[in-house]
Design a binder for this molecule. Structure first.
Ligand code: ADP
Length: 256
């Protein structure tokens, strides 16, 4: 039996709660992530994907229900506890990379360790180890605006990995990359997942990106509508199945 890394129980998110503009974006979702999962979350625009990933990853709080990460109830933690918990347990990768332009790649990657007061030699060794793995070791002294989109995204990944989190959360990680760099990034995700044992939950709208994952969660109108495990399927067969689920969705929007 694999360990549960993350569990959401009866997850409800209501924006503008207790006002006349109250809007229920998530309607009581049950969701489990097991150790070693690589999950892609898909769904139409406005279906609640970002709300969902933010709510399960401590970026936002659920209105009702619970979120457990490594058996710790993160839904009731104070802001201070959440900050510490994030540094120690989670890695985030966003579409916009969120690198600081006034800092070199080295300084950006080192930031979570600097904040945790890690000794300088340790920081140096860890940053170089990851930069080598991601093939940006020769660009560490550059500033983000001197680097390509692919290099910046690799730096953002190094930063997400620098404190060796067991769980990576990514929202549209390939959103700003061309198709070649997107495929490269997904190969890296797969490598992290298979060789380093990192559990990954990511949001994407792209069936090709999802085909690198080992499970699809399809969200519609604030509910999980479909779950599909890759299992023994080849990537190509999985890709076809993902495309079919997405196009069935689109067909539902066609005029009768
Ligand atoms: P997706 O990521 O699938 O595009 P979102 O999670 O961004 O969907 O949004 C889900 C629903 O919640 C949408 O109807 C959106 O308008 C609404 N929503 C998102 N953020 C807010 C907010 N801060 N206040 C009010 N409504 C919001």
């Amino acid at each position: 039996m694999r360990n549960i890394v993350l569990e959401a129980v009866d997850l409800v998110k209501i924006y503008n709660v207790n006002t006349e503009n109250a809007f229920e974006a998530l309607h009581g979702i049950q969701f489990r992530v097991y150790d070693g999962d690589f999950i892609a979350i898909m769904g139409p625009s406005g279906s609640g994907k970002s709300t969902f990933i933010n709510t399960i990853s401590t970026i936002d709080r659920p209105t009702h229900g619970k979120v457990y990460i490594h058996n710790t109830d993160v839904s009731t933690m104070s802001e201070e506890e959440i900050g510490k918990f994030r540094y120690e347990n989670l890695g985030f990768i966003f579409q916009a990379f969120n690198l600081l332009d006034t800092h070199t790649l080295f300084e950006n990657i080192a930031m979570p360790l600097s904040l945790a007061h890690t000794p300088v030699e340790k920081i140096h060794a860890r940053v170089h180890e990851l930069a080598k793995l991601m093939d940006i070791e020769h660009s560490l002294e550059k500033f983000p605006n001197e680097c390509s989109g692919g290099q910046r995204q690799r730096a953002a990944i190094c930063r997400a990995l620098v404190n060796a989190p067991k769980l990576i959360v990514a929202d549209e990680p390939t959103g700003n990359l061309d198709s070649k760099n997107s495929a490269e990034l997904m190969k890296l995700f797969r490598q992290m997942n298979e060789e380093m044992g990192v559990t990954i939950v990511m949001v994407t709208h792209d069936p090709l990106i999802t085909s690198y994952a080992n499970k699809l969660i399809y969200i519609r109108d604030g509910r999980i509508e479909t779950e599909l495990e890759r299992g023994p399927m080849t990537q190509e067969t999985f890709f076809s199945a993902i495309t079919e689920i997405n196009s069935a969705e689109s067909k539902g929007l066609l005029d009768a």
